[in-house]
Each structure stands twice: as C-alpha cells, then as structure tokens.
Write a protein that binds this ligand. Structure first.
Ligand SMILES: C[S@@+](CC[C@H](N)C(=O)[O-])C[C@H]1O[C@@H](n2cnc3c(N)ncnc32)[C@H](O)[C@@H]1O
Length: 244
C-alpha cells in the first residue's frame, strides 16, 4: 500500500533561491501542492503542470484537513507556507489534527523565517539574544501580547515583530512601541523590511520614536534594537560583544 505522506513545507521569504534544497525536494516529489493562493503563485513557475489546490487566507484549518485527507488517500501531498512552516504557520495545526488521520506520515520541512531573511536585508540586528512577537490578536488576546512585549523590553531583547499592522489593526504598532519606549530610548535603532525576497522589496532604518508613527502593513517585518544595537553605515547591527 502507498505511504500516506504529507510534507509541510516552509518556502522561505519568496524568491526561489531562498528555498532550501530539502523544501525543493519535497515539492518535486509531491503529486499535489496545497496552500494559500499567493504562496502557490510563488512556486507556480517551477511547477506549472503540478496539481495545486488553493484555499483562502482565513481557511487555515480547512486547508490542513484537505491536505491530510488527500494524503490519507495515498497521495504524496505538500502543504506550503511562507517562511518557516513552524513559525506562525501550518505545522502546528497539522500536527494537532493528525490523530484524526491515522496512517498519515507528516514531515515538517524547515524554511527561512521572515525574522532571519529580513534581518539579513538590514544587516545583523539579531546578532545577540532576540525574541519574535506577533502583534496579531486574532488568535492571541492583546493582554498576552502586551505582557510579552513588556517582558521583551525588560529583558533588553532585540525584537522581531510579525504581523505589525493591518487595515483592521492600525493602533497595535503604536501601542507596542509605547511599551518598549518605557524601557528604551526613542533613539533606539530600528528597521523594517517589506516584501522580503519578493517583487517590490523595501526597507527602512529609523528610530523607535519614528517607528511609533510608521504606517506599515501585514507584508512587513519590524526589527527593534536592544540597548546595544547600533546603526553602522547603512546597516543595523546588534554586536556579539567582541572588542573590535
Ligand atoms: C502569519 S505570519 C507567517 C510567518 C511565516 N511562516 C514565516 O516564517 O516567515 C505573517 C507575517 O510574517 C511576516 N512575513 C512573512 N513573509 C514575509 C515577507 N516576505 N516579507 C516581510 N514580512 C514577511 C510578516 O510580518 C507577516 O505579517
């Protein structure tokens, strides 16, 4: 009997060169590729004839169940996510649902998450201890997000913010900056990168005080420096601590 296999694949930020060889091998092997339409478009040029199944942005659980059902029928399926599948991606819901699909083998294939690809665009803002916080309160109560921001501020972590803003959530970034400003100077070096590795990639270096009033969107990842972070030339750098 054919093995029922589902690969959950992080595609990296967008450009084909940023995909891992392991991710490419999983997509090459898959008979069916499932995912959100925009991510399927990223890989369509390489797999024009492969069967694809797209689901809307808000249908995450339906997308996972469909991929698991197709794998249970004995097909080799790849469910794709941007960045890394385990970072605000489909890997955890797939594994939560897996007990309902006996016989399916799941393999999670790592990808380059936006914190890492965006950091490389700006320089080395995550060169020392850092944390990643999503400002989306769709699945996480805002009070929990605020507590995590306060802890990051108190711990002097460099911070990568995912989901910094959307049409429905304009105030969150300003509130996040206010929490960090309670412990950090308004001059703290920060940056953002939009559409990392995709058409229209943009970046900007700015201060924490300026970031508070920035108008960003959900295609952007934000970097907030720790107390040691510096702007060196056009780069954002959090030193390791060597005396250079
Ligand atoms: C639901 S999370 C998905 C994260 C993804 N699994 C990853 O590992 O990068 C969506 C957020 O990731 C960030 N993001 C993902 N891809 C990005 C890209 N190409 N450019 C900028 N930000 C990106 C943005 O902050 C966006 O709001």
């Amino acid at each position: 009997m054919a093995v029922a296999r589902l690969y959950v694949v992080g595609l990296g930020p967008g450009k084909p060169e940023s995909m891992t060889l392991e991710a490419r091998a999983a997509l090459d092997e898959a008979e069916l590729i499932c995912g959100y339409g925009a991510y399927l478009e990223l890989i369509a040029p390489r797999y024009p004839d492969k069967e694809r199944c797209s689901t809307p942005m808000t249908q995450e659980l339906a997308r996972c169940r469909h991929a698991l059902e197709q794998a249970q029928r004995g097909r080799t399926v790849a469910l794709v996510c941007s960045g890394d599948a385990g970072v605000y991606g489909m890997a955890s819901p797939v594994l939560e649902l897996l007990p309902d699909y006996p016989g399916v083998e799941v393999e999670i294939v790592a990808g380059v998450t936006a914190a890492l690809s965006g950091a490389a665009v700006l320089g080395a803002p995550l060169g020392h201890d850092f944390c990643v916080i999503s400002l989306s309160d769709l699945l996480t109560p805002w009070e929990v997000i605020e507590r995590r921001l306060r802890c990051a501020a108190e711990g002097d972590f460099a911070v990568a913010l995912y989901n910094p803003s959307s049409r429905r959530r304009r105030e969150q970034l300003r509130r996040a900056c206010d929490i960090l400003l309670a412990c950090r100077s308004p001059e703290t070096p920060c940056g953002w990168v939009r559409n990392i590795g995709r058409a229209g990639e943009e970046k900007r270096l700015l201060t924490l005080g300026e970031l508070r009033d920035a108008e960003l969107d959900m295609f952007t990842t934000v970097f907030i420096g720790a107390s040691t972070t510096q702007r060196i030339g056009g780069h954002l750098v959090t030193p390791r601590g060597y005396s250079t």
